[in-house]
Design a protein around this ligand. Structure first.
Ligand SMILES: Cc1cc2nc3c(=O)[nH]c(=O)nc-3n(C[C@H](O)[C@H](O)[C@H](O)COP(=O)(O)OP(=O)(O)OC[C@H]3O[C@@H](n4cnc5c(N)ncnc54)[C@H](O)[C@@H]3O)c2cc1C
Length: 443
């Protein structure tokens, strides 16, 4: 009998699950693969058409296959010889690579058939041992993988309907019309100062924006540049299989950072050495430790692990030195929508409450990950029918560390953030997808 697997989500998580099923399955398998936006093989991150939006991981760590570490570099240097393994290639090319790999492999396994459906899944129900997956039609499958990825950021707190519906406010920083609307303004504001903000600045710069850009965030931390001509890395300092408590791990990292400073080593490598182990520690942290991390360390960790290529950071510096950028440290208190202009009220412990006016606002605060607040119909239906629940810290879905939500129902990638903490980048997703495919096939 042919087993049917439904995969909901055509981004990297869904694609790598499909590719690993193709590579591993030795039995008849039919895959029904859904994507609401017809962004198969690319998803949000790699659908960009802006060549200046670069990967923030070097090419030599962006292979989609665990067992073929040079897979991306070989494709890249063959098709675009101007790039090397050490480069931060355009994200657009990475999307092209994933699509080309899917097209190369989709017919190689005679046991597998794939049906791609460019429709939004609005409900999934389990009736006896069969899942019913609803779009405009109903499909059935024995197993389901939900790879829903990143959702749009939450709107700023307590804003009006008028603000949300304004044509000068963009909740989606990657919206196709955003730049053409922004460049005709004299004063725009970006809320949030992470990697999405960098992408927006790059696109604005590329389109010769010459007005003023306010960037507001509670700590005004900006991403670091990847160290060029890096100093030697620190030596591995994590004891294999030891379960560190949060405080213990923190002192160890601080100790290594001091050592890196005194011995002229690359301080970023302290984070790089620790990062692959973090999911293992995270799973074993108590709820209290996780909450402590979220309260005191989340922003610092974000800055330490989110790094941008130095080419991208050079653009930010250029905009800073030409006084186009104005970085504001403060928490948003209110945004008043007036005629043709917004008034942003913010507060900071040092300066108290202040305000400024702006014509255009782009939300770069990062994806909403509290599933109770995500308005997507599928999410609402799955919560209502208790098909899944949020994890204990509300950063994704409750599941095992291997992505099992309930028997025959799985997830991977960003929805596992609350369970693993680091679960959104390609180096993490490629491992998850390989293991998930093996589990699906053998169960
Ligand atoms: C701007 C950006 C840059 C990044 N850069 C890097 C990088 O350089 N290196 C790196 O390692 N990582 C990077 N990442 C992180 C990582 O690659 C992404 O998080 C990853 O692509 C996530 O893939 P995904 O498939 O889980 O999610 P997504 O790409 O968000 O895809 C999810 C897909 O699911 C579909 N979907 C959702 N709901 C439904 C539904 N109900 N029915 C049907 N379809 C649905 C959506 O249409 C979407 O196409 C970046 C992320 C972003 C956002």
């Amino acid at each position: 009998m042919t087993n049917t697997i439904a995969i909901v989500g055509g981004g990297i998580s869904g694609t790598l699950t499909v590719l690993n099923l193709i590579k591993q399955s030795k039995n008849l398998l039919h895959i029904i693969w859904f994507d609401a936006k017809n962004q198969f093989c690319k998803g949000l991150a790699y659908s960009t058409t802006d060549e200046q939006h670069l990967l923030n991981v070097r090419a030599n760590n962006m292979s989609i296959f665990v067992d073929e570490p040079n897979h991306f570099v070989n494709w890249l240097t063959h098709n675009y010889p101007q790039y090397s393994s050490h480069d931060f290639a355009p994200r657009k090319l990475f999307g092209e690579y994933v699509l080309a790999t899917f097209n190369d492999l989709k017919n190689i396994n005679p046991f597998i058939t794939i049906q791609q459906i460019a429709e939004e899944v609005i409900d999934i129900e389990k009736k006896e041992n069969i899942f019913e997956i609803t779009t405009t039609q109903t499909y059935t499958a024995q197993k389901v993988v939900i790879a829903l990825g990143n959702f749009l950021p939450a709107h700023p707190r307590s804003v009006s309907k008028k603000f949300i519906e304004s044509e000068n406010y963009f909740q989606n920083a990657f919206h196709s019309t955003i730049i053409e609307k922004a460049i005709i303004k004299k004063n725009i504001t970006v809320i949030g100062s992470g990697l999405t903000m960098i992408d927006v600045l790059i696109s604005l710069h590329h389109h010769s924006f010459s007005g003023k850009i306010n960037i507001i965030s509670p700590h005004a931390y900006i991403p670091q540049a990847h160290a060029e001509n890096a100093l030697p890395s620190v030596k591995p300092f994590i004891e294999e299989n030891k379960l560190y408590q949060l405080q213990e791990l923190l002192s160890l990292v601080n100790q290594q950072l001091k050592k890196a400073k005194t011995e002229h080593l690359n301080s970023q490598s302290v984070i790089d050495v620790m990062r692959p182990y973090l999911p293992f520690f995270w799973i074993n942290f108590s709820l209290n430790e996780k909450q402590q991390f979220l309260r005191h360390l989340r922003h610092k960790w974000g800055v330490a692990r989110h790094r941008a290529p130095s080419e991208s950071m050079a653009i930010l510096k250029k905009l800073e030195s030409s006084h186009i950028i104005h970085l504001v440290k403060g928490r948003l208190v209110d945004i008043k929508s007036m005629d043709d202009v917004f008034e942003i009220h913010f507060s900071d412990s040092k300066i108290g409450q202040q305000s400024f006016k702006t014509e255009f606002i782009i939300n770069c605060t990062g994806p909403e990950s509290d599933y109770l607040k995500i308005p997507a119909v599928l999410v609402q239906n799955l919560l209502k029918n208790k098909i899944f629940t949020p994890d204990s810290i509300h950063y994704g879905i409750n599941a095992t560390k291997n992505g099992e939500i309930s028997p025959d129902f799985y997830t991977l990638g960003p929805p596992l953030k609350g369970i693993l903490w680091e679960s959104t980048a390609v180096p993490e997703i490629r491992h998850q997808a390989k293991e998930l495919a093996a589990k699906i096939i053998c169960n």
